[in-house]
Write a new protein. Structure first.
Length: 199
């Protein structure tokens, strides 16, 4: 029988992918459990309900993003360099885990009450967005910017980092897989250039 930690981790991974692809209402507990090779009752043993599974996925996403941001916030680097480092890492992760940008976009645009079923829950990604906004407000260009101005910038940057990876399938249908492969290569080259500038 699988041990507790790997099974829970695998359930979170599979749920993240399904939520990214199908959204909250299109994701069934039975399908997540089946993909992992456990019963629906076993999944409920770990998470208790669909809303709690969704909350766990959002918490994990927030922790992962926060860890990427804190890793980018190195002493001696300007706020601009820290943002470059963070978005280079986010883009690299999005290429590695193509479901990540779709999940992030869904979390940013979907109604949290409809998804979680509980208006009292804290806003998803709050613990990540606030320090990201602080870094943006520390840049030369946006020093003294209001919270709303910095949040708008954060959303533009996050949207830009997530759009290509999330849109690959649609772009391939419209323009063909060769163009998407070229776009992927360009994206990877840009990531490598960003990484080279911060070393």
């Amino acid at each position: 029988m699988p041990t507790l930690a790997p099974t829970r981790t695998r359930l979170l991974q599979v749920a993240s992918i399904r939520l990214a692809e199908r959204g909250y209402h299109g994701t069934s507990l039975a399908a997540v459990a089946e993909d992992v090779g456990v019963s629906k009752q076993a999944l409920l043993h770990y998470f208790g309900s669909k809303a709690l599974l969704y909350r766990a996925v959002l918490d994990q996403l927030g922790q992962d993003l926060l860890q990427m941001l804190f890793s980018a916030m190195q002493d001696g680097q300007s706020a601009e360099q820290q943002l470059d480092s963070f978005f280079a890492e986010l883009t690299a992760r999005a290429v590695q885990d193509p479901w990540l940008p779709s999940l992030l976009l869904r979390v940013l645009i979907e109604d949290r009450e409809a998804e979680s079923g509980d208006a009292a829950l804290p806003l998803p990604l709050q613990d990540f967005l606030e320090p990201l906004i602080a870094v943006i407000q520390a840049t030369e260009r946006l020093k003294g910017a209001s919270f709303a101005q910095a949040l708008a910038t954060a959303l533009h940057l996050l949207g830009g980092a997530c759009l290509f990876p999330a849109a690959q399938a649609g772009l391939a249908q419209r323009f063909g897989p060769v163009v998407v492969e070229q776009l992927r290569d360009i994206s990877l080259t840009q990531i490598q250039a960003l990484r080279a500038t911060r070393q």
